[in-house]
Design a protein around this ligand. Sequence first.
Ligand code: TRP
Length: 336
Amino acid sequence: MTLPNSEAILEILVANRTEAGPVAAAVREGLSTRPRRLPPWLFYDEAGSLLFERITELPEYYLTRTERGILAAHSSDMIDLAAGGKRLRIVELGAGSADKTRLLLAAAVEAQGQVLYEPVDVSATALDAARERIEREIPGVTVAPRVMDYVHGLDLDAEGPLEELDERRLVLYIGSSIGNFDLEDANRVLLGVRGVLRPGDALLLGVDLVKTVPTLLAAYDDQAGVTAEFNLNVLARLNRELGANFNLKAFRHKAVWDAVHSRMEMYLESLSAQKVRIRALGLEVEFAPGERIHTENSYKYAPGQAERMLENAGFAAVGCWTDAERWFAVCLGRAE
Ligand code: TRP
């Protein structure tokens, strides 16, 4: 193995701190025009990923535990319905939802003895961690990580087609990650998934449902302030990575329910008139008092909407499971 010399390393570091890096490009694009916005993938650096883990354990953040409850109660039914008497391989979009995935993998091992699990993620590090953990904790599961950006195109047969095998694929897209896309992009993502499946394969989709506004607001603005810290970490990240001088005390986390679009909107709101310098971009950004940076949307769906979304993307909705309060739904679509 050849290691890059120190000059090459320096070049890489400089490239990441100037226009060349994806962070720099996204920040320039989002902050040089109005309304100001930053893409949600910026949340998930190391600090942000740890904060998100803490969000999933908050009393107000009902999403994770509600979906986990649904999976705990119905994973065997989901696996049986998806398999339809054949062997299954399980693909997951994103490698982050480990303890919920575990319930489905355990049900598949129970049903067929062994199962191949293919987590798809842009982060090789996240995939390696998932592989190590899952192979150790659930005997019978073989993990085959796929480093890929599923938003821009999936290629599940990179390692050889399964045409000859009498197996079916089950794609997991849980955690209501689909809710971070607007309806048009969500349809595009689901069509992309359908495009790499064969008739008979299946997609398990987790969606968050519309509920009372106070419940939604609390989930995205908790008492302990972890969500605020998570949102503000984006500015801390720009300070760290782009030499920006955001004063974290001069912005506040703001969560808003937009009834027209049926979505939670997350913002960082400037508390005063201020100028921020972003050294690596040679950019100065002005904020008016109360001006907001839009950081995320999280769509909440009406009853029956997940089924329609599946159908619009070429799946037959063959099963939907929910909790007693109907706060969250997990639906199985069969590729037609
Ligand atoms: N995608 C998650 C969600 O919609 C992430 C999230 C939770 C989030 N809390 C947040 C994003 C607060 C921005 C701000 O539930």
